[in-house]
Design a protein around this ligand. Structure first.
Ligand SMILES: [Zn+2]
Ligand SMILES: [Zn+2]
Length: 879
């Protein structure tokens, strides 16, 4: 019997016993930010057990995807080295929510094991909680287990609780005897040793008490059942193999990897470990990525990163070249997609993510290994056998080295790792980046309304049809959830009406705001929330008079806010569809937020969007708006919705009937939100930003309707301002800016050469070249200057330094351009005039010019004549 058969048999058996087969929830629990990963079948039913939620079934069965990493036993290190430690595993379970209790739970369990799986009754042993005589009796009477095979254990082994308070109760476990040869010796026995002989295969939890804060336990009104049986273990038992890795669940992938590496399984212990690590981690990787976990440096993403890196390194040790994990993870998809179709849907995306991570890691691995080896050598020299936490942390921080790798390497050299110090450093870093991990961020309003939820209080939602409604105030609560009769003027609290048109925040759509008016008072609705599927509550501030329970009231939604929200919500659906059209099917929604002012949409995609892609997405959505397509809302069964191909959102839980929002021909999604009647009402759509929020997740922010107009108006104003500054029409702006940029570039270049030339000129004391000819001071020099302007500046500087004289400057600008500048001080004007002198001088450089008596300039074209020109001026003065 292969594992898939066992899984199928289990679900079908319980379906026959009137259990609803419920799909596995994602491994990333949405409602429970305290939990990193789903680690048991009951996680998705937690609110049912707590009485905070009701569903249409009271019996359920699942095969739940689970992940366990870390914890006090540091599981990850053991994974791959033992027969039964895994990160990813499947948990088979049956659940009763106040329906059947111990007797049926025991009966079903026994019947399934002995009649469906045909396990040998003689090899099954039972443990019960020491005070649970009831369970002991039932195992004897219902299952016929002899007293000598029922063992009583203490609180540590056989008592379960959800937390410090809340539901709890005794458990009962079924053990399978693998035979004496597996045992650990004469003291081997249930509850006595830790060996594998008596293998625990199924745990039944009898939730029958409610534990109060002071530790006292009262009976739960409706006791419940939660059971769990690891598929990997029961498959090993059914297939008669000693290790889970020898079951078909792992063998297929182990064989595949062994072929890739050109090695054989069960020939060498180290190779076996490597193969087992890769098999285990490949399963986790293949399942985590479709559940929207992506490699990162914190939280869930860090666990995934560690798994990829650890497996990668074990592959290297075994001689695998290049990136290979994406292949082994693909093999998992091939093996498991029958029961978990989400694996196939995200396979291309998963491959890209894994490949990218492998390639990135390969680059840093060598560097990190080198650094670690150096460090270990140094430590050994000094006789220290402990790798400091600082080293481990640095490797982690700089090279992304998981501590597991450091530990593996250190261990081989008989060294320890200072883990407390490492943990302390990690903790410091975590505190620094605390803001990054806030769980799923959903408001936990359920606990405020615990009292109402326990009484099954509901409130009919009329907001699909209307935005104003007459109803009655059913409950008033203070902010902390205390139920009161009256809320006084000025106070803030919660109001629950019998019916309401206000939409309570859920599914990414923010809660409605507005007004509630009663005969004795009026309240402003600040927010609306949904503590449960069927209950909406309003956060209010009493603005006038008092609000009193039992009074009739008018509930009035702020229409313009709601309409703006609906524009954003309907457009979000169109955007989701357009992204999949332009980018591919992998571009699935990873989160969204719609309110009156904005629309935020997160989706799975690796690269940033190109300008063309953004333009395409905008064009498609705007076409859908222009086409003015009627939006339909239909309520149907989940099965019907799925058969129609409606898109269920990741990780969302749905009741038996679901609301489907359809924009015919464009989009069909499970959605409980409020929507436009027609896409045309959205008016317009514009993407305002596109950015990455995490590895593999992009975020688009966009505006619709009046917000889009406002956004475009702001842009227009900015363009107009820029146009006015540049004296250009909007269409001319790019050309103008380009020309300006070129100008700035040219000027910078010129300035640089100018500075160089000035620097060379500055080093020369030209006044020292002053001669006296015929009683007149004469300075005649050639200098470096890029143009006449610079020459004239030089001329000014020189003139200010002499009282009387004649200065003649000549410069060669290159390209056959020569300039001459000539100055004569006033006292000499009766003998010499600059305008007269310049003509013969310029003539020597092939040019001409003229000017006033004090100052003249000329241009020339023959640089070879410069010495003659300088000689000419002296000649002229000498007479
Ligand atoms: Zn033992
Ligand atoms: Zn929606």
């Amino acid at each position: 019997m292969n594992a898939a058969d066992i899984r199928k048999k289990f679900l079908e058996y319980f379906e026959k016993k009137n259990h609803t087969i419920v799909e596995s929830s994602p491994m990333t629990p949405k409602d429970d930010p305290t939990l990193l990963f789903t680690n048991a079948g009951m996680v998705q039913f937690k609110k049912l057990f707590l009485g905070q939620e009701k569903r249409d079934y009271s019996r359920a069965t699942t095969s739940q995807k689970c992940l366990r990493v870390g914890g006090k036993h540091n599981d990850l290190e053991n994974v791959g080295r033992t027969a039964r430690h895994h990160t990813f595993f499947e948990m088979l379970g049956n659940f009763s929510f106040g329906d059947y209790f111990k007797e049926d739970a025991i009966k079903f369990c026994w019947e399934f094991l002995t009649e469906e799986l045909k396990l040998d009754k003689e090899r099954l042993y039972i443990t019960i909680y020491k005070d649970d005589d009831e369970a002991g009796e039932l195992w004897k009477t219902v299952a016929g287990v002899p007293a000598e095979r029922i063992f009583k254990l203490g609180e540590k082994d056989n008592f379960w609780s959800m937390g410090d308070t809340g539901p709890c109760g005794p458990c009962s476990e079924v053990h399978f005897d693998q035979g004496e040869h597996v045992g650990c010796g004469p003291d081997c026995g249930i509850g006595k040793c830790d060996c594998d002989r008596y293998l625990e295969i199924w745990n039944l939890v009898f939730m029958q008490y409610d534990q109060a804060e002071d530790g006292t336990r009262s009976d739960l009104p409706r006791p419940s059942i939660d059971t769990g049986m690891g598929l990997e273990r029961i498959a090993a038992v059914c297939q008669g193999v000693a290790s889970n890795y020898e079951t078909d669940l792992f063998q297929s992938i182990i064989q595949y990897t062994a072929d890739l590496a050109g090695v054989k399984y069960r020939e060498n212990e180290e190779i076996d470990t490597a193969l087992q690590v890769i098999a285990d981690h490949s399963r986790a990787i293949a399942f985590l990525i479709p559940d929207q976990v992506l490699p990162s440096n914190e939280g869930r993403g860090y666990i995934l990163r560690r798994l990829i890196r650890r497996a990668y390194r074990f592959g290297k040790l075994m001689g695998l070249e290049g990136s290979f994990l994406w292949k082994t993870a693909s093999k998992v998809v091939e093996d498991m997609a029958d029961h978990y179709p989400e694996l196939k849907e995200s396979e291309d995306f998963m491959i890209k993510v894994v490949k990218g991570e492998e390639e990135g890691f390969a680059k840093t691995l060598d560097k990190g290994l080198e650094m670690l080896e150096d460090e270990l050598t140094e430590l050994k020299k000094t006789g220290v056998a402990i790798v400091p936490g600082e080293t481990t942390f640095k490797l982690y921080d700089t090279y992304g080295f998981p501590i597991d790798i450091v530990r593996d390497i250190a261990e081989k050299q008989d060294m320890d790792v200072d883990e407390p110090e490492f943990e302390a450093l990690m903790q410091e870093q975590k505190t620094r980046s605390k803001a990054a991990w806030k769980g799923s961020g959903e408001k936990d309003v359920a606990s405020i309304f615990q009292t109402l939820l326990e009484q099954d209080v509901t409130c009919e939602f009329s907001g699909y049809e209307t935005m104003i409604e007459q109803s009655e105030i059913a409950y008033l609560l203070e902010m902390d959830g205390t139920v009161v009769d009256t809320l006084l003027e000025g106070s803030t609290g919660w109001l629950v009406a019998k019916t309401t048109p206000f939409y309570g925040e859920s599914g990414g759509q923010l809660g409605d705001t507005g007004e509630i008016a009663a005969s004795s008072g009026k309240a402003i609705v600040l927010d609306s929330v949904k503590p449960s599927q069927k209950l909406t509550a309003h956060k209010i501030t009493v603005a006038e008079g008092d609000m009193k329970t039992g009074e009739s009231c008018f509930l009035n939604v702020d229409r313009s806010q709601r309409l703006a929200t609906m524009r954003n919500h309907t457009i979000t659906h169109l955007l989701h569809a357009a992204l999949q059209t332009v980018l591919g099917d992998h571009a699935k929604q990873a989160g969204s937020l719609v309110g009156p002012d904005r629309l935020r949409f997160d989706f799975m995609h690796i690269q940033s969007l190109t300008d063309e892609e953004i333009a395409q997405v905008e064009a498609i959505v705007n076409q859908n708006v222009l086409d003015a397509i009627p939006v339909e809302r239909n309520v149907m069964s989940i099965e019907e919705a799925q058969s129609k191909g409606a898109t269920a959102l990741f990780g969302e839980k749905y009741g038996d009937t679901v609301s489907i929002i359809e924009v015919p021909g464009v989009s069909m999604e499970f959605c409980g939100g409020t929507h436009l009647d027609n896409t045309g009402i959205a008016g317009s759509f514009v993407i305002t930003s596109e950015a990455g929020v995490a590895a593999g997740v992009r975020r688009i922010e966009a505006a619709t309707g009046g917000n889009a107009t406002q956004y475009l108006n702001d842009r227009r104003t900015a363009v107009a301002e820029a146009g006015a500054m540049l004296k250009a029409q909007p269409a001319e702006l790019p050309g103008k800016v380009k020309a300006l940029q070129q100008q700035v570039k040219d000027m910078a270049k010129e300035m640089k050469s100018l500075q160089a030339k000035l620097a060379s000129g500055a080093g020369r004391d030209m006044l020292s070249e002053l001669e006296e000819i015929n009683g007149v001071k004469v300075l005649a020099v050639e200098l470096e200057a890029p143009n006449m302007g610079v020459m004239l500046e030089q001329m000014d500087a020189l003139r200010s330094k002499i009282d009387s004289g004649i200065i003649c400057l000549v410069a060669n600008h290159g390209d056959g351009k020569v300039s001459v500048a000539l100055a004569v001080t006033k006292d000499l004007h009766d003998r010499f005039k600059a305008g007269d002198l310049i003509k013969p001088v310029a003539g020597e450089v092939g040019g001409g010019g003229g000017g006033r008596p004090d100052m003249a300039r000329a241009g020339g074209s023959d640089a070879s004549g410069i010495p003659n020109a300088l000689a000419k001026i002296k000649e002229l003065v000498a007479g």
